[in-house]
Design a protein around this ligand. Structure first.
Ligand code: SF4
Ligand code: SF4
Length: 206
């Protein structure tokens, strides 16, 4: 059996050195910027793309069920029914469409992966930085469509496009339609003016 070596002799303590060390730490931290957040008196400044909660823009939802199928936690609950839409023109065929009855997300299961938002083909789901929805009862963390729709108001605007980026096709289509309508109105105004002038001329000749 080997005998452990004796501990090294301790250095003599200088009286008051501990106090000086403590004061040095206090002075150092006093001059640093505070990192304590005074929440809830002061709201935190969150990055604009924070993953706080998932908002639903239900007007865009076609009940395709893709989000519910892809959710790894199976925490999106969707109910719907089919409705028959009459033909738009005489002789046309009736169509059927899905009508959303229920859209709920259980945030006690959600792991905020964002897959549902990524896979939605109709831009119906968005991240909102809203985070103040804690509950004391876990069952109340299942939020229904009205609440999810309300959170749409807290979704930040998308970032501006790069100056050299191609114009999105939806905006290009809307711009072309607006230009066409404007040209139509200008043409009608011109025709009205010409008709009025012709009428005034005819009245003058009589
Ligand atoms: S963020 Fe992920 S876990 Fe949460 S609802 Fe969407 S897909 Fe499901
Ligand atoms: S993927 Fe989008 S459109 Fe389809 S059910 Fe989900 S939210 Fe609605």
């Amino acid at each position: 059996m080997t005998v452990p070596p004796p501990p090294p002799p301790s250095r003599p303590r200088i009286p008051g050195s501990g106090l000086a060390k403590g004061l040095a730490v206090t002075l150092r931290t006093m001059t640093r910027k505070s990192v304590t957040a005074q929440y809830p008196d002061v709201q935190p400044e969150l990055p604009p793309r924070s993953r706080g909660v998932i908002a639903l823009f239900e007007e865009n939802c076609t009940v395709c069920m893709l989000c519910a199928r892809e959710c790894p936690d199976w925490c999106i609950y969707i109910d719907s029914h089919k409705e028959t839409v009459p033909a738009a023109a005489p002789g046309g065929r009736e169509r059927s469409r899905n009508v959303l009855d229920r859209f709920a997300i259980d945030f006690s299961l959600c792991m905020y992966c964002g897959i549902c938002i990524e896979v939605c083909p109709f831009d119906a789901l968005f991240w909102s930085p809203e985070f103040e929805y804690a509950e004391t009862d876990i069952l109340e963390l299942t939020h229904e469509r009205d609440k999810l729709r309300e959170w749409m108001w807290t979704v930040p605007e998308p970032p501006a496009l790069d100056p050299g980026a191609e114009e999105p096709k939806e905006i290009a289509a809307a711009r072309k339609t607006a230009e066409k309508l404007e040209a139509q109105r200008a043409q009608e105004a011109q025709q009205n003016q010409e008709a009025q002038q012709a009428q005034q001329k005819a009245e003058g000749e009589e």
